[in-house]
Design a protein around this ligand. Structure first.
Ligand code: MRU
Length: 358
């Protein structure tokens, strides 16, 4: 299957070349394919903050390249470049709070920096580390796609109607996608009849990005308002909800795009299975439960405006863009280290001791 998945890789949202990070500007999709060139950590941090690049794994990869750009500039400036680089670590870490991959990637860059900082030329090693973070995410996507397909095959007959939320595809990762990677692989295996896609208010990752990715692959896709999900589970024969994750706590609680929690409650009510697909770089064993995951709140304009036009009344707005799904609503967490069914703290700890499967 691996070769077929690689052959199906089409969209690429992150491109590192000529010492510059090029990011496909996701704010303009699906109508315009424009790229933003980032030549400094500040530009990368701004691209993350403003959603030029989004999706937890893609944010982590971008931050790693941002650190390479920062190290290059600080090293060239001379003096105590390592002390100066701390400001860049902080700037990148502050760009978005919820996705765990950002902090995981910066930690990996810091560990590599600690090993090479005294070399006459430490920059090549840092660049190699960022490229390895990028490549290992791509590999993880392929492994998870295979594991997720095996899981769907084990539990139910085909073809199936699936439901997904937000965007977890090539635009959100270094490769084929997490949840969308499983869905795309299941389609290639002839196991998918239709994919129902929540539009994912307020930023519309579902209607603008996921629907676009699925349609480009020729996968039958139907878009729905987020509020239609329970009705669709009841009437359209949905067998699995398949979503990604931005951070997973040590007990298996999952932070993902706002609206995921209510999907899981609805799935439980309707006997629909609930699968989370995320690489182990999303799992934060330092956080005991989902209550410890910081939840990002974004600008009120995301709710009060549509396409730049004011539509909402002049009232106070609460705009949390992630929520936490408790582990006991989740049937399976699929990672590149293996699958955890009915997750809990003991099973998550066991998983994290395993090696990657690729
Ligand atoms: O706010 P976003 O678009 O960065 O949020 C992305 C999501 O919530 C995705 O569902 C999740 O990151 C998984 S990405 C593979």
């Amino acid at each position: 299957m691996r070769d077929r998945l690689l052959a199906a890789e089409k969209v690429k949202a992150i491109d590192w070349r000529d010492n510059t990070l090029y990011l496909l500007d996701q704010r303009n999709l699906p109508f315009e394919e424009t790229w933003v060139a980032c030549d400094s950590a500040a530009r990368v941090a701004e691209a993350i903050r403003s959603m030029v690049v989004r999706g937890a794994p893609a944010i982590g990869i971008s931050a790693a390249y941002g650190l390479v750009l920062a190290a290059r500039a600080r090293f060239a400036a001379g003096g105590d470049w390592l002390a100066a680089l701390e400001a860049d670590f902080a700037l990148l870490a502050e760009s978005r709070p919820t996705g765990g991959n950002l902090f995981w990637a910066l930690n990996r860059m810091r560990e590599r920096l600690d090993r090479v900082k005294d070399l006459a030329e430490p920059l090549a090693a840092l660049e190699a580390e960022a490229m390895s973070i990028h490549e290992s995410d791509r590999e993880a996507n392929l492994t998870m796609a295979q594991l997720g397909v095996d899981l769907i095959r084990r539990h139910q007959g085909n073809p199936q109607a699936l439901l997904t939320h937000c965007n977890t595809g090539a635009l959100a990762t270094g490769g084929f996608g997490t949840a969308l990677g499983v869905i795309r692989a299941a389609w290639l295996e002839g196991m998918v009849e239709r994919v129902h896609v929540d539009e994912t208010r307020p930023w519309l990752q579902g209607s603008r990005l996921t629907a676009w990715e699925l349609a480009s692959d020729g996968i039958p896709v139907t878009l729905n308002a987020d509020a239609a999900a329970a009705h669709i589970m009841k009437t359209k024969g949905v067998t699995w909800v398949v979503v990604g994750a931005d951070r997973i706590a040590a007990n298996g609680d999952v932070a993902n795009k706002i609206g995921t929690y209510q999907l899981a409650v609805n799935a439980m009510h309707h006997g629909v299975r609930f699968m989370v697909v995320a690489s182990s770089s999303t799992i934060d064993m330092n956080l005991a439960s989902g209550d410890d995951i910081p939840i990002e709140e974004r600008d009120a304009a995301e709710l009060l405006e549509l396409a730049g036009k004011r539509v909402g009344a002049d009232v106070e707005v609460f705009n949390p863009v992630f929520d936490v799904t408790p582990a006991d609503l989740i049937d399976a967490i699929v990672t590149e280290k293996g699958v955890v069914e009915r997750p809990d703290a003991a099973k998550m700890a066991q998983l994290m001791c395993r090696k990657r499967l690729h």
